[in-house]
Design a protein around this ligand. Structure first.
Ligand code: UTP
Length: 475
């Protein structure tokens, strides 16, 4: 938007009822004024009145489809000879694409991580059981190990937000890009959305600063395009993005079976799913709406549907979303083609630090306004074809969300040790366990040693005998 000066800004803001953003203009120096004008130019002036009316002030949740059925999925392991044949074909296909370097890893790391309460990008959180490697380091080493395994350059994309971009770049620089080479690692920023009070007025974070927050992981599909990364991927012959969240160190980040099924079935965006632990587990539910895979949030799935069971006792809506996807590059290009791509906005009532009309800083101790976000899974219904592959929780999902309790670092570390133990046992190694079955040693498997249980089998001769209480790091 062409906003040259104060007058132009005032006119535009008045037209949408947001002129209070200039309330402190007289107190600002030249530099601060330009800073504020630049942020006003970034606002989506045309859309703000719609957001205020439809989402900020409107407390009705997004319309939930009235007719929906469970989505079909592939089981973690094949159940019939035909399926076994297809899985083998898919795995070969995935391995071929990886060896040809047609896949990029894509981690979204722009979130605020408020629940964990860690100072800095969540990717800098130390998580591995013995070496205390950070999440970024675990992923960086995994990408490096995958490159070695497949003999190709698999680029790594990291989406940040203005809140943590600089700190993330500094981490990568300080760690020499985890040995991957700066020219094959793309760190780019997602967009932001202004924060509103309950009346629909945009908050000021300071006299010259609009209060904004990242536009949600759904913003990644636009940020790929806006940042120019998508074009660069095309230039480099990348066809598929393997998407994961920064909080899940167990993710199998280049899974040939998953990639292969996506491609063999002609899908545009695919997902991994878990069997839910209980009917109302706080994960999105994979459903089918008008023939399209759609995620219905746990809070939106009617209770009756959430508890409905099949004759064998399993839940009818049993598939939970864990934010692991394969996304075709062409699909993201198509979504962005007319420049007007937008996912549905979700409304979150939050504590938003701001200044009041007298300029006083307010650090609220209770929710005082609205943040708007988009979710990646809302892009699923835009795909004509979408594959769901079930995975096993203990193999692939241990997100670090909270400082303590459920989904906390303590749980994640335990699950990392348990998975390492399971991989060793699968390879025939005796792992000490207590009487009640708990792993009785501390184990850490470096990505350079193994990315999968099969990799461990090939190196079984290098594993020392394990004794109760041992601390064993395999690299
Ligand atoms: P979460 O939904 O767990 O949010 O993000 P969060 O911001 O990290 O944490 P809380 O809710 O404040 O405690 C899931 C994934 O999506 C990314 C996060 O970095 C994480 O990998 N994300 C989330 C973004 O990249 N951008 C966003 O705007 C939001």
């Amino acid at each position: 938007m062409q906003i040259k000066d104060y007058q132009a800004a005032r006119k535009v803001l008045q037209s949408i009822g947001q002129e209070h953003l200039l309330a402190f203009w007289e107190e600002l120096n030249e530099q601060q004024r330009e800073h504020l004008l630049e942020q006003i130019r970034q606002l989506d002036i045309r859309k703000i009145p719609h957001w205020v009316r439809d989402t900020v002030k409107n407390q009705t949740p997004l319309a939930i489809p009235t007719v929906f059925e469970p989505a079909p999925s592939y089981p973690p392991t094949p159940q019939t000879p035909e399926q076994a044949e297809k899985y083998a074909r898919a795995r070969r296909m995935g391995e071929k694409l990886l060896a040809e370097g047609k896949v990029a890893g894509f981690v979204v790391a722009g979130g605020q991580g408020t629940r964990l309460g860690f100072d800095g990008p969540k990717g800098n959180f130390p998580i591995s059981p013995i070496k205390k490697k950070t999440l970024f380091q675990v992923f960086g080493e995994s990408v490096l190990a995958a490159r070695k395994k497949y003999g190709s350059v698999l680029p790594w994309l990291i989406m940040t937000s203005p809140l943590n971009h600089q700190a993330t770049v500094e981490t990568f620089e300080a760690n020499d890009y985890f040995g991957l080479g700066a020219d094959t690692v793309f760190i780019f920023q997602q967009g932001t959305m202004p924060n509103f009070d309950f009346e629909g007025r945009i908050f000021l974070a300071d006299k010259d600063t609009i209060a904004v927050s990242p536009d949600g992981h759904g913003g990644s599909l636009k940020a790929l395009y806006v940042s120019g990364v998508l074009d660069e991927l095309k230039r480099r012959g990348i066809e598929y993005l393997s998407y994961w969240q920064v909080d899940n160190p167990l993710v199998h980040l280049f899974d040939p079976l998953f990639i292969g099924l996506h491609v063999l079935d002609g899908a545009q965006m695919s997902s991994k799913a878990l069997i839910k632990a209980h009917p109302t587990e706080k994960v999105g539910n994979f459903c089918l709406v008008n023939g399209r895979v759609t995620v219905i949030e746990y809070s939106d799935l009617p209770d009756e549907a959430a508890h409905r069971r099949r004759p064998d006792g399993s839940l009818v809506f049993e598939l939970g979303s864990i934010a692991i996807h394969i996304i075709s590059r062409e699909f993201v290009e198509r979504l962005n083609k007319d420049g007007n791509f937008a996912l549905p906005l979700h409304r979150a009532v939050k504590k938003i630090p701001h200044i009041d009309l007298s300029g006083k800083k307010i650090e609220p101790n209770k929710p005082c306004g609205i943040k708007l976000e988009t979710f990646i899974f809302d892009a699923l219904p835009l795909a004509e074809k979408s594959v769901i592959l079930q995975t096993i929780r203990s193999e692939e999902f241990a997100p670090v969300k909270n400082a303590s309790g459920e989904d906390s670092p303590e749980v994640t570390v335990r699950m990392m040790i348990e998975r390492a133990a399971a991989w060793l046992e699968k390879a025939g190694v005796k792992v000490p366990r207590t009487k009640d079955g708990k792993v009785d040693c501390i184990l850490e498997i470096a990505p350079s040693f193994a990315l999968t249980a099969e990799d461990v089998k090939a190196k079984v001769g290098q594993i020392p005998p394990l004794h109760p209480g041992d601390t064993v790091y395999l690299e």
